[in-house]
Ligand binder design. Structure first.
Ligand SMILES: C[S@@+](CC[C@H](N)C(=O)[O-])C[C@H]1O[C@@H](n2cnc3c(N)ncnc32)[C@H](O)[C@@H]1O
Length: 285
């Protein structure tokens, strides 16, 4: 008897090479419709070819996408935020006082995490974002009196001039065309002591680019990275992988490509090996 559930059996039949083209055509229509919100489609070799396939859209630079961040995510944390909060709190207690938050929306993590632990008075927290989020984020910070928060639209300039103690990027760095962390670290004048990367699409196969229906009529290309290489490239720059966790709330369900689908995203915490926490050992070797 087969060990697959009926749903999995149907899925496997649809992924068969003979049926796959019809499935992909139907999926394509669904992906591009309102019902496709949140879903992924296709395999591309670059952002350029993904964009050539996608209908024209503002991608992530779209005011309608800000509402959920302003209304919900500035106030609420999710289970996958707890490892980040745990390590960030510890880093701040250990003396870290400058944070670079890559793709931090309107400053959601600054506001939401600040409800759970004390942020030092001298803290500076710089968010790199698209122009629309920068504008909304600056207005929100002015209203909230959040003097620690600042915003930048230029990732490479921010990184080149950065001397931040902590880098955070949650569910974001893979949407940047050239945001691979090891490449950014190589451009940095003073590298961060702590790197917290959350909600990353990492898996065991080859790197590829896919596209996502991000809602409100917008679509975005994103990278999916090979896990071992992604981690090794950061370690090779002198970092220790201190912790990692599965983000069960995110998965890559890429119809027609079972070998590129995976059930959870990943969170990673790296510490500069030369400046590790004094009285503890890495959780991972
Ligand atoms: C899925 S959201 C995650 C937001 C937040 N970090 C969180 O975890 O809730 C991805 C964020 O990355 C930003 N982003 C994606 N590509 C970007 C780019 N090329 N330049 C600046 N920001 C970008 C988007 O505007 C968006 O706010």
């Amino acid at each position: 008897m087969s060990s697959f559930s009926p749903v999995e059996m149907v899925r496997r039949i649809l992924d068969e090479p003979v049926v796959r083209p019809a499935q992909l055509q139907w999926r394509r229509r669904q992906f591009l419709s309102r019902d496709g919100h949140g879903s992924y489609f296709g395999v591309f070799d670059s952002f350029k070819s993904a964009r050539a396939w996608l209908p024209s859209s503002p991608e992530v630079d779209h005011a309608a996408l800000a509402a959920e961040y302003v209304d919900v995510r500035t106030k609420k944390v999710f289970s996958y935020d707890y490892p980040v909060m745990w390590w960030l709190d510890r880093a701040l207690r250990d003396g870290a006082s400058t944070v670079l938050d890559i793709g931090g929306s309107v400053g959601v993590h600054y506001y939401a995490y600040g409800r759970y632990f004390h942020m030092p008075d001298a803290l500076t927290w710089r968010v790199v974002e698209v122009p629309t989020m920068v504008l909304i984020g600056k207005n929100l910070a002015a209203q909230a009196g959040a003097a620690a928060l600042s915003f930048s639209e230029n990732l490479h300039e921010s990184v080149a001039t950065a001397s931040d103690d902590v880098w955070i990027s949650a569910g974001a760095i893979h949407y940047f065309e050239d945001g691979r962390p090891d490449q950014l670290l190589k451009k940095c004048v003073r590298r961060p002591q702590h790197i917290l990367l959350n909600k990353l699409p990492l898996y065991n196969g080859e790197d590829f680019v896919t596209v996502q229906n991000i809602g409100e009529g917008a679509f975005a290309p994103l990278h999916v990275y090979n896990r071992a290489r992604f981690i090794q490239d950061i370690k090779a720059l002198g970092y220790t992988l201190w912790d990692k966790w599965a983000v069960q709330e995110r998965s890559m369900d890429l119809r027609g490509y079972p070998e590129r689908s995976f059930p959870s995203f990943t969170g990673l915490y790296f510490v500069d090996s030369a400046r590790m926490f004094k009285r503890s050992k890495p959780l991972l070797s």
